[in-house]
Design a protein around this ligand. Structure first.
Ligand code: HEC
Ligand code: HEC
Length: 330
């Protein structure tokens, strides 16, 4: 509302500089036009010593002179009492606009950085894409998730509470063993924290809020579902890659190979991982599949895992480890 008065350029130093100039000019006027600097002519008192120069008469000093001094005092007091509240009123508004402008600059810089560094995999419009599998023997490309819906996708997530932080951490560390490399300087990337913040600000500024459609399951088997959604991380034969091998995952969750109760609780544990995903600090995340796969598809892939389970299987883990020879191959 008060902006035209000050014509402030947000973020600039226009306000303080204007105030300083006005104050200097005001002081100059006061000093030279009416104050002690007043001169009538260049050489008027040229040879009279300073203390002996004629000045106002006593009478003048006690009447008009004094009144003038008091008027100045009042004028300055009024100025101060108006200026301070006015400044106090304008300042928050100015700060807010400065913040807005910084934000817009960040988003613009982030957009350019995104187009350079990310668009080839995640799509020019953040619609998602893919990249070759880091293992040259695997032909199936690795899907790069759409980023224009990342907020919606993780909104009700059990494993991600702060999407902004999640994006930044993904950029800082990358995803070891996947095509998603680290971009932060700390992990061999070339992007400063500030640039990662800018890219993140850009991503968050273009959210569509739309959730992806779950994949069609009709006509597919649990093995297909595994092949399309799990093999890239857990290995073609479930031997493990970025994620742990799944050949004895039921056993790891308590299956004894005999009773139905332990089978059901192992299936339930696996089901929970599939619906909720897992994001432990320092580990690669296991994505949640509750949006991507239908309930039928999730049951089918659990059935498939059950078929390939081994008891006394290989131990947990081994990223990119040697494929485990096993009965699971058909
Ligand atoms: C070479 C291809 C490639 C490039 C370049 C790339 N990414 Fe990725 N990104 C991927 C893949 C593949 C994944 C999925 C990894 C996985 O399955 O865990 C991914 C995952 C992500 C995720 C996690 C998404 C989610 O839903 O969990 C974010 C966020 C992300 N990338 C942001 C970026 C940004 C920002 C850039 C640019 C600075 C970038 N990526 C550059 C391939 C790429
Ligand atoms: C982007 C890579 C990735 C994809 C795709 C993926 N997983 Fe995972 N998965 C992981 C990682 C990493 C872990 C280990 C997470 C942890 O424990 O911190 C994991 C853990 C698991 C676990 C728990 C293992 C255990 O011993 O606790 C199961 C079960 C599992 N995944 C099944 C699947 C199935 C089934 C699919 C396909 C529908 C799938 N995963 C797709 C990366 C992935």
């Amino acid at each position: 509302m008060l902006q035209p008065l000050f014509a402030v350029e947000a973020g600039g130093a226009t306000v303080p500089v204007t105030i300083l100039l006005v104050a200097l000019v005001g002081f100059g006027v006061a000093y030279f036009v009416v104050g002690p600097g007043k001169r009538k002519g260049p050489k008027r008192y040229g040879d009279i010593p300073l203390a002996m120069r004629p000045y106002h008469s006593d009478e003048e000093l006690e009447t008009t002179g004094m009144e003038r001094a008091m008027a100045w005092g009042v004028a300055l007091a009024v100025f101060a009492s108006l200026f301070l509240p006015l400044y106090w009123l304008i300042e928050p508004d100015r700060i807010e606009r400065a913040v807005d402008q910084f934000y817009e600059e960040d988003v613009a810089a982030g957009r350019a950085e995104y187009q350079n560094a990310c668009a080839s995999c995640h799509g020019v419009n953040l619609e998602g894409g893919s990249a070759p599998h880091p293992d040259p023997d695997v032909d199936t490309p690795w899907p790069a998730p759409a980023l224009d819906n990342i907020v919606a996708r993780y909104q009700d997530s059990e494993i991600v509470t702060d999407v902004q932080e999640f994006i930044i951490l993904t950029l800082v560390h990358g995803r070891n063993g996947t095509p998603m490399q680290a971009f932060g300087v700390a992990n061999g990337g070339t992007y400063s924290d500030n640039q990662l913040d800018q890219i993140t600000a850009y991503i968050l500024s273009v959210q569509t809020g739309e959730l992806p459609q779950a994949q069609e399951f009709v006509g597919r088997s649990g093995e297909d579902v595994y092949e399309n959604n799990c093999a890239r991380c857990h290995g073609q034969q479930a031997e493990g890659w970025v994620g742990p091998q799944l050949l004895n995952v039921f056993e790891r969750y308590g299956w004894t190979g005999e009773d139905d109760a332990s089978l059901e609780s192992a299936r339930a544990a696996v089901r929970q991982v599939l619906y909720e995903g897992r994001n432990l600090v320092g580990n690669a995340p296991m994505p949640a599949f509750d949006q991507e796969l239908t309930d039928d598809a999730i049951e089918a892939v659990i059935d498939h895992l059950q078929e390939i389970q081994q008891l006394d299987g290989p131990s947990f883990g081994q990223i990119g480890g040697d494929p485990v020879p096993g009965e699971e191959e058909d």
